[in-house]
Every structure is written in structure tokens, then in C-alpha cells.
Design a protein. Sequence first.
Length: 118
Amino acid sequence: VQLQASGGGLVQAGGSLRLSCAASGRTFSDYGMGWFRQAPGKEREFVAAISDNGARTDYADSVKGRFTISRDNAKNTVYLQMNSLKSEDTAVYYCAADYRSKTQVGSWGQGTLVTVSS
């Protein structure tokens, strides 16, 4: 699976951004998708995941109630709506295909940088 993430940028604290990740190479509706992030000097961490049909979602405690993961199987795209952004959300965000668990992922996208200014 090939992944192309987009939508990152600079935003003020309290603002919103929506990330997108377009997938190709396999039938999109066959696998779960996830978002991870890596802040400067830190390890990559799980952010959110969604099942193949979108019926189930999972979130890191740090983003629950602020971030929403969704997918459009007709467009082969997964989204991450990020609201009420905080400076600690600053990171490179990666989408992941064939998500099975927080430690089992099939493919990674190239990452998109989100910078939240306080």
C-alpha cells in the first residue's frame, strides 16, 4: 500500500486542522487505518485508528474528545480532524495502513508536520 498524507501546517493553540491520507495499491476497504505521531526527541506514538468499514474507532487518551478519525472508502482516504489543538500536539503525523494494533502496522506514509504555536 502506498500512502500520501497531507494537511499539516502551522496553527495557533485552540485552532483546528484536518489531515488527509490517500491510499493506493490495495482495496482500501479491506484494512484498518491509523494515525501516529512523533514529536521532536520522542518516540512515535499512537493517535487514532479506524476499522476497515469505519464502524470502530480507537483513540489515545491524550486526544480523546478533540480528534476524530474517519474514512471515505469511495475516495480511498482516511482523515484526522484535530480540534482544540495544543502545543503538545506538535509533531510529524504519520498515517498507517493495514492497522491491526498499536504495534502492528503494514505500511507507513511519509508524514506531515503539524506545528501548534502557543
